[in-house]
Design a protein around this ligand. Structure first.
Ligand code: 8DG
Ligand code: MG
Ligand code: MG
Length: 149
């Protein structure tokens, strides 16, 4: 039973709604999970990391951008029991803002993403990454009450 292979375990990811005015940053994925769908920057929590550290590190690695005012929003339990590649990811969603509003997104991981741009959350590019489409459909609003126009 399970010789030479670990039983699958849940992973933790931190995903970032990076807000700029009334827009947010999305990029079309090239990774195998969710290929060709528009998703937020984010990735897996490393051992010993805080959620804020993970958010800032993943955004920097994936977009070159520096963020601040990182705030917890919600958590989602993602279970996809595919026979070939079962996936269970606990995704922590945060929001954040640009430390320097003049910075523009780069694409340092072109094998993982087609590139980043600012989009309207009320009229997002589609297809959205599955978990994100669910949040959109449920009316989830990542914007603080004071910038809701
Ligand atoms: P890493 O090797 O850099 O640590 O990880 P990654 O390759 O950047 O991981 P990822 O797939 O981008 O993100 C981890 C998981 O987070 C992803 O498989 C599922 C979950 N997730 C959501 N929604 C979103 C989203 O909108 N964007 C991203 N990037 N991940 C999301 O549930
Ligand atoms: Mg990453
Ligand atoms: Mg990622």
């Amino acid at each position: 039973e399970n010789v030479g292979e670990e039983a699958p375990r849940p992973k933790v990811a931190v995903v970032v709604f990076l807000l700029k005015g009334n827009k947010l940053l999305l990029g079309r994925r090239r990774s195998s999970v969710g290929r060709d769908t528009f998703a937020l920057p984010g990735g897996h929590l490393e051992f010993g990391e805080s959620f804020e550290e993970c958010a800032a590190r993943e955004v920097k690695e994936e977009t070159g951008l520096d963020i601040h005012k990182i705030e917890y929003l919600t958590v989602i339990n993602n279970v996809v029991l595919r026979v070939d590649k079962p996936l269970h990811i606990v995704a922590i969603f945060v929001r954040a803002f640009l430390s320097d509003p003049n910075q523009t997104p780069q694409n340092p991981e072109p094998e993982k993403c087609e590139g980043w741009d600012w989009y309207d959350w009320k009229n997002p590019p589609r297809p959205l990454f599955g978990p994100l489409e669910n949040m959109s459909a449920s009316g989830f609003n990542p914007f603080p009450v004071d910038c809701n126009d």
